[in-house]
Write a protein that binds this ligand. Structure first.
Ligand code: PGA
Length: 253
């Protein structure tokens, strides 16, 4: 079902204490100040997932996502974390294919397709991230890059399984740079993503897909981005580390 979502990707930041403070502050402000129907996802690093789970588990509108997952069930993969481990500590979602994973850890669409499969098999909802680099945008390849990442990573799924995905469009040149895609630039890509989903699965599935925008979302630009017809919320990095900013972004939904 299509939802409004504000997801906070904390990346490799915060101490355990800071993570707990941030989660409690946002949950409290969300409960006190927000009356709409948006949902929130926190994505802390692995060591803090349980700590944060205890703080959010009583609020059905606040969910927990891991930032990565291993593609195998279990076994001799030192340092890796499986889908089953994540569900056993209360995760409901997992980020898959964040551009930092693609860029620094050489994760490609074929690997990401396997990660999506294992997540779905264990009942975790993937937040599948796609996005073009600046070079690709300047070469006029934006729509092609995004629809290729989408189809190679996720179009092997049947329509029902695809319905459990959240898509996050994050132009790589806008992540952590302070440069945000203009609402028109973001809308153009979101519409192309929805059109590609419609061509593959039909209009109903496309209409029901939640597509988030990410890349320097902040309180000052959230409202205009979220007012675009195909933008259903945000995947927020830097601004999700400040409880006031992140709550204001939620309120922009
Ligand atoms: P940013 O990060 O908001 O700091 O640009 C977004 C993301 O990487 O998900």
């Amino acid at each position: 079902m299509r939802k409004k979502i504000a997801a906070g990707n904390w990346k490799m930041n915060l101490s355990a204490e800071e993570a707990q403070t941030l989660a409690s502050e946002v949950v409290n402000m969300f409960q006190d100040e927000y009356t709409g129907d948006a949902e929130v996802i926190f994505s802390p690093s692995y060591p803090y997932l349980s700590l944060v789970h205890h703080l959010v588990k009583d609020n059905p509108k606040v969910h927990l996502a891991a930032q990565n997952i291993h593609q195998e069930e279990k076994g001799a993969y030192t340092g890796e974390v499986s889908a089953q481990m994540l569900t056993s500590i209360g995760c409901s979602h997992v980020l898959i294919g964040h551009s930092e994973r693609r860029q620094y850890f050489a994760e490609d669409n074929q690997l990401l397709a396997k990660k999506i499969d294992i997540a779905l098999k264990h009942g975790l909802k993937p937040v599948y991230c796609i996005g073009e680099t600046l070079d690709q945008r300047e070469a006029g390849e934006t729509l092609n890059v995004n629809t290729t990442q989408l189809s190679e990573g996720a179009f092997h799924l049947d329509a029902e399984a695809f319905g459990d995905l959240v898509i996050a469009y994050e132009p790589v040149w806008a992540i952590g740079t302070g440069k945000t895609a203009s609402p028109e630039q973001a809308q153009e890509v979101h519409k192309a993503i929805r059109d590609a989903i419609a061509a593959k699965y039909g209009a109903e599935v496309a209409d029901n897909t939640t597509i988030l925008y990410g890349g320097s979302v902040k309180p000052a630009n959230a409202e205009t981005l979220f007012s675009q017809p195909d933008i259903d919320g945000g995947l927020v990095g830097g601004a999700s580390l400040k409880s006031r900013d992140f709550t204001d972004i939620i309120k922009a939904l």
